[in-house]
Ligand binder design. Structure first.
Ligand SMILES: Nc1ncnc2c1ncn2[C@@H]1O[C@H](COP(=O)(O)OP(=O)(O)OP(=O)(O)O)[C@@H](O)[C@H]1O
Length: 244
């Protein structure tokens, strides 16, 4: 049955650029999970997300999005997900609503569905008062929030985000976190990378730690903490990074 399929299954995923960036990555994320991927700079997090979202082709391994194979059926697999890159691209000459209409059109969302959804997202992210401004004048955080709205406009089942909270002020970070939690509350799946351990601690059902292109530890916050008795997630993370 469709519902039994994981949101994401990676088996033996590999990609190298001269040297391995993703080096035999296995991962299983269930539907309705909030999964945080942590790892030091250069560990392979962004490359993994770019493989998963079909922006890069793997050298080896399989990627299954809600049961659909990314290599065999890329269009069907991509339709089930949305990707928010760490530096999203907007079209500066569009206003927020025009941008969302444009993205909705790319996904084939009918205008009568796209319009109320766009308004709801702009309201939620506190961007409605900027509805008549061109996005080229937006601050970095405002652009990031609008890009998130664009990612959500076709109501994807799986939402994949690369460092979505970096550079946001406290209010914006709260709006984005609430939106992600709402996505999970209605049955969607969220996978994000973050360097902010507190985000992983507070939001994620499970946390995966990646080092040198491999998943080296994974579990709930409590399960991971047991690996470093008395320690915090930060202690455990630094301990794992320091291991030979
Ligand atoms: N297009 C590319 N060409 C060459 N090397 C690349 C390319 N993309 C990534 N790499 C290399 O792959 C490795 C993993 O990079 P990646 O960006 O996936 O790491 P990351 O975990 O996202 O790091 P960060 O936390 O700094 O964003 C690095 O050694 C990086 O230099």
């Amino acid at each position: 049955m469709d519902d039994q399929r994981p949101a994401l299954r990676l088996v033996g995923l590999r990609k190298q650029f001269g040297r391995p960036a993703v080096d035999g990555f296995d991962l299983l994320v269930r539907r309705g999970e909030f999964y945080a991927l942590l790892g030091p700079n250069g560990a392979g997090k962004t490359t993994t997300l770019r493989l998963v979202t079909g922006l890069l082709a793997p050298d080896a391994g399989t990627i299954e999005v809600l049961g659909v194979d990314m290599t065999a059926a890329p269009a069907a697999a991509k339709a089930k997900l949305a990707y928010l890159p760490d530096e999203p691209m907007l079209y500066g000459k569009l206003k927020p609503f025009e941008y969302l209409e444009f993205v909705a059109g790319l996904w084939g969302v009918p205008a009568q569905d796209a319009e109320p959804r766009a308004r709801e997202l702009l309201d939620w992210l506190d961007l409605s008062q900027h509805a008549h401004e061109l996005t080229e004048g937006f601050s970095r955080g405002m652009k990031q929030k609008l890009a998130l709205a664009g990612a959500l406009i076709h109501d994807p089942e799986l939402l994949i985000l690369d460092e979505p909270l970096t550079g946001l002020d406290a209010a914006a970070a709260r709006q984005v976190k609430d939106l992600l939690l709402a996505h999970v509350a209605k049955g969607g799946t969220v996978i994000l990378t973050t360097h902010i351990l507190e985000v992983a601690e507070r939001l994620a059902h499970r946390i995966g730690i990646i080092r040198q292109g491999r998943l080296i530890a994974e579990g709930t916050l409590d399960a991971l903490r047991e690996r470093t008795p008395g320690g915090s997630l930060e202690d455990m993370f630094l301990h794992l990074m320091a291991a030979p």
